[in-house]
Design a protein around this ligand. Structure first.
Ligand SMILES: Nc1ncnc2c1ncn2[C@@H]1O[C@H](COP(=O)(O)OP(=O)(O)OP(=O)(O)O)[C@@H](O)[C@H]1O
Ligand SMILES: [Mg+2]
Length: 345
């Protein structure tokens, strides 16, 4: 989770307290179950648009499922929510707007994807919460509606291992709220100078919120270089961003890894398929598996190669979860509601 200190006025503080207390029992239950299912939360964002966020967010979901993890993708792109199309869902019948209206239940809205035989054998799964226009309206909801919405969304925290949010491009309150509420944020950039410049802009906007918390590897902002010609080029791009960040901001984000430029992605996008599923042996898919492995190492402390080769079932893959330090409200959606309320005022 990112560090961010806000000053609340008494009204906001009162509202927040109500939000928390009203659902305390529910949240405590969820928090307990979180511990059991060891939920982890990841926001994917970028400075410049079109750098591969949605493809990476969705593919990571499927790669984590191949490691036996239960993943929920949330299309939180305020600009253009299109994860459903990218994942081959022609017309998501319902989206988050139906939850806001209260006309559909969470189960009716969630889209469950077919995963690989490997994922199925390991009980890995991928579901999507389509964004639609509803995502935009969240920030404008009154507090009662927001509380209701986030209480419903909190159900997602039960029995989920990873929630991955595609928060779209640019620095806006919505994306920042998702970043503050998540444990880690993946900042996607390409080697293009404009993309590097805009990535730096995001780091600057997050400020102190971008840095790792108390040497906790599962916190803060992490760089992912997409469309790299080679691992070397990706590393050079990451180094440039880190150097500028250290020079002007006094600290730098971590470098998580890279995805090679690969025609498989363009081919898959044209066919409304997610490349990781359509071409699992493509270079870009191998890169995604490596990134998923890094996430498992960071969050769960396991060595991905060892797991990949030697494990036969999901239970034996999972180490006993460590209880991580919780900050304030323990439910992820509770935290998200807190940040959205704060950003409104
Ligand atoms: N590693 C890659 N190699 C080749 N092409 C890629 C790669 N990653 C992404 N692309 C191309 O970039 C396009 C944009 O990708 P994507 O929609 O995932 O970006 P985005 O950052 O989510 O965009 P937006 O900001 O509009 O939401 C894809 O349609 C694909 O053609
Ligand atoms: Mg996108």
């Amino acid at each position: 989770m990112l560090n961010k200190n806000y000053n609340l006025n008494p009204d906001q503080a009162g509202e927040l307290r109500r939000l928390v207390i009203d659902n305390r029992e529910n949240r405590e239950k969820i928090s307990e179950q979180n511990f059991i299912s060891k939920l982890h939360t990841i926001t994917v964002l970028s400075g410049k648009g079109g750098v591969g966020k949605s493809n990476i967010a969705a593919s990571l979901g499927f790669a984590l499922a191949d490691f036996g993890r239960k993943t929920v993708l949330i299309d939180a792109d305020l600009g253009l929510a299109n994860l459903d199309i990218l994942c081959g869902v022609r017309n998501a019948r319902y989206n988050i707007a139906h939850l806001i209206e209260g006309s559909r239940t969470l189960n009716e809205i969630l889209v469950h994807f077919k995963t690989s035989p490997r994922a199925q054998s390991l009980n890995g799964s991928v579901s999507l919460l389509p964004g639609g226009y509803g995502i935009k309206e969240i920030a404008d909801l009154d507090d009662y509606a927001m509380e209701k919405l986030f209480t419903v969304l909190s159900e997602l925290e039960i029995n989920t291992d990873y929630i991955i949010m595609d928060a779209g491009a640019g620095i806006h309150k919505g994306a920042l709220s998702f970043a503050y509420a998540s444990e880690i944020t993946l900042l996607i950039t390409t080697p293009e100078p404009t993309s590097i410049r805009d990535a730096y802009g995001v780091i600057k906007s997050l400020g102190a919120a971008a840095w790792q918390e108390n040497n906790n590897p599962a916190s803060g902002l992490m760089l992912v270089v997409n469309m790299a010609a080679s691992s070397r080029e990706a590393q050079e791009v990451a180094e440039r961003i880190k150097l500028a960040s250290i020079q002007f901001l006094g600290n730098s984000p971590m470098y998580l890894g890279y995805v090679l430029k690969d025609d498989a992605i363009e081919r898959s996008v044209k066919n409304c398929r997610i490349f990781y599923r359509a071409e699992p042996d493509a270079n870009a898919s191998i890169c995604i598996r490596n990134l998923a492995g890094e996430l498992l190492r960071i969050f769960e402390g396991i060595e991905p190669e060892h797991e990949h080769l030697n494990q036969n079932n999901s239970n034996s893959q999972k180490k006993q979860p460590k209880k991580t330090k919780q900050k304030g409200i323990s439910s992820f959606f509770g935290r998200l509601a807190e940040y959205i309320i704060r950003s409104k005022n």
